[in-house]
Design a protein around this ligand. Structure first.
Ligand code: BTN
Length: 325
């Protein structure tokens, strides 16, 4: 099926006010015959969509394919701009790399680059981010906030809060945040966020929020050395999670928090972040590029810097480090 036709058809299901959409309505909106409607529905089925057809009621989509293409993401998306432009690839080196290029080419705010697999996924501190096919969410979101460059790190914390809220909404899990932006469950890593910026001295051109979420992996899918430190939503909840629905929920939470942040500032995000953070008030060890400091995490500053009081009572401002609890 042509992608424009598929998109229109999926839009009809998304915008419908009832569960079922009649063949008559589809034929009117697509301006085609009932036979052509039937053919388009069959095409959707052959692409992995599961549709129920009920006499006198019409069609209903029961399941979408286990993919995160722009069509899957568009169906049921209720944001104003986040996720409206999706650049989808089956396999890429890193979604960050593509997002950087698109940001330079004037991609609009809310553009998302998503891939089913990354062959060279990048983590913080130059680490590798393991991103196997169809099991996780590997995406980079382009934002264009009107804030000075030194405030851009706040967006990492904002993204972490939005992701925790989305996970809480679609599962029974209650994840924790470890400064600056690891999301953990039972002490094991579930989500990593890598925020990068294109800016000059006064102005941010774009912030690329790279998000990696372990979703449907089973324990045996992780290498033995990673099994001790990583987990997935599926392992923790005992359920298969619909990745497109998770992404859509993240777009919605992110958009709401981001709009609030642009109008009212960092205050609300900071309070929410602190309510999810496990680091604050704890005895921690921070390994920065230069030194290792042990002490008590006192809180975060308004730009997201961690305040760490060492064993002699001296307070250190930590901008980037690896934290162990
Ligand atoms: C971390 O080290 O915790 C951050 C991991 C960030 C991984 C994501 S997956 C999508 C995007 N593309 C990348 O290459 N990295 C980020």
């Amino acid at each position: 099926m042509q992608s424009a036709m598929r998109r229109k058809l999926l839009e009809i299901f998304t915008n419908a006010e009832t569960d079922y959409v009649s063949g008559q309505m589809i034929s009117e909106q697509l301006n085609c015959s009932r036979t052509a409607v039937w053919k388009h529905i069959e095409d959707l089925r052959s692409e992995g969509y599961e549709l129920e057809a009920v006499r006198k009621k019409g069609y209903r989509i029961i399941r979408v394919p286990n993919k995160v293409t722009s069509n899957e993401l568009l169906l049921g998306l209720h944001t104003k701009r986040m996720g409206h432009h999706v650049h989808y690839e089956e396999s890429v080196e890193s979604t960050q790399k593509i997002a950087h290029r698109l940001a330079q080419e004037d991609a609009v705010e809310g553009t998302v680059v998503v891939a089913e697999e990354q062959t060279s996924g990048r983590g913080r501190l130059d680490r590798v981010w393991y991103s196997p096919k169809y099991t996780g969410v590997w995406m980079s979101i382009i934002l264009r906030p009107t804030v000075p460059p030194q405030q851009a790190p706040q967006l990492t914390l904002l993204a972490a809060v939005a992701i925790v809220q989305a996970i809480e909404e679609i599962t029974d899990l209650s994840p924790d945040i470890k400064w600056p932006n690891d999301i953990l469950i039972n002490g094991k890593k579930l989500v990593g966020i890598l925020t990068e910026m294109q800016a000059d001295v006064e102005r941010v051109h774009s912030v690329i929020v790279g998000i990696g979420i372990n979703v449907n992996q089973q324990a045996s899918d992780f290498a033995p050395n990673i099994q001790k430190i990583a987990t997935s939503l599926s392992i923790e909840s005992g359920q298969q999670i619909n990745r497109a629905e998770l992404m859509q929920t993240i777009f919605l939470k992110l958009e709401k928090l981001y709009d609030d942040y642009l109008t009212h500032g960092f205050k609300v995000v900071k309070l929410l972040w602190e309510s999810y953070a496990v680091t604050i008030g704890k005895q921690i060890v921070a390994r920065t590029l230069r030194e290792t400091i042990e002490g008590t995490a006192k809180g975060i500053t308004d730009d997201g810097t961690l305040l760490l009081e060492d064993l002699h009572g001296k307070v250190h401002y930590i901008h980037s480090a690896d934290i162990s609890l």
